[in-house]
Write a protein that binds this ligand. Structure first.
Ligand SMILES: Cc1cc2nc3c(=O)[nH]c(=O)nc-3n(C[C@H](O)[C@H](O)[C@H](O)COP(=O)(O)O)c2cc1C
Length: 220
């Protein structure tokens, strides 16, 4: 069944490619991330002292190990028994998905499998924000709330809690970056309708914030 679905989707993608320059997820391969290094790093108080926003990025890519560590720090599973994560979430809804925009395309972080699932084989980093430095950052994270997971919440609560839950993930990224000497900025300046369209998101998925990560530009 899964094989049939994949065959149909590859076929659809192929036809799409013939008709246009559509970039399909099938053009990207899943990435099994190396096991995150969950020890070491800077002492917490020193990381808090170093935490800051940076808007100037080197184009140097992050090694896969660093990407794995970053994503685990952000929103990885830190208690495999319960499947709970490095950031809290209201009612343990775990409604935030982290999309990872790299030069080669966009992936979805599967925290449980420690894997990046292909979403789009296209460099849309510039589209994850409205500021000129965004395209330079090798990694742009996009925090997307899947509202269907927030069972029992009113529309107002969905907006409030998905924003609050994203804040914790973003701060984890800030602290990891401080610890590793990486540059980062969380961003609300996002053209959400355009990005939502580019990522092919459903109506019940909402883009909350984006966050650029990379090595600081030498001159900084
Ligand atoms: C929710 C939120 C949205 C933000 N949006 C942007 C943004 O779109 N672009 C940007 O350059 N900085 C953005 N920032 C970063 C703030 O400007 C920055 O945190 C603030 O100037 C304080 O600097 P610091 O983080 O170094 O303490 C945002 C911060 C937060 C918390």
């Amino acid at each position: 069944m899964a094989r049939t679905f994949r065959a149909i989707s590859i076929l659809t993608c192929g036809i799409g490619l013939m008709l246009s320059t559509l970039a399909c997820a099938e053009d990207l391969k899943p990435i099994d991330l190396p096991k995150p290094r969950t020890e070491g790093g800077m002492p917490l108080m020193e990381a808090l002292k170093a935490r800051k926003t940076s808007r100037s990025y080197s184009s140097k890519k992050l090694p896969e190990q660093v990407l794995s560590d970053l994503l685990w720090a952000a929103w990885g599973v830190n208690r495999p028994g319960s499947g709970k994560r490095t950031a809290p979430s209201a009612v343990n809804w775990q409604e935030i998905d982290v999309y990872v925009a790299l030069e080669e395309g966009v992936y979805l972080y599967d925290a449980k499998a420690n894997r990046l699932e292909p979403v789009l084989a296209k460099d849309i980093r510039a589209m994850t924000g409205t500021q000129s430095f965004v395209k330079d950052a090798p990694v742009n994270l996009v925090y997307v709330a899947d509202l269907t997971r927030m069972r029992g919440a009113s529309d107002k609560d969905k907006v409030f809690y998905s924003a609050a839950d994203t804040g914790f993930i973003s701060q984890n990224v800030y602290l990891y970056c401080a610890s590793e000497g990486l540059a980062t900025v969380v961003r609300g300046l996002v053209n959400r309708p355009a990005l939502k369209n580019a990522l092919n998101l459903r109506a019940d998925q909402e883009i909350i914030l984006a966050q650029s990560v990379g090595y600081p530009r030498e001159s900084e």
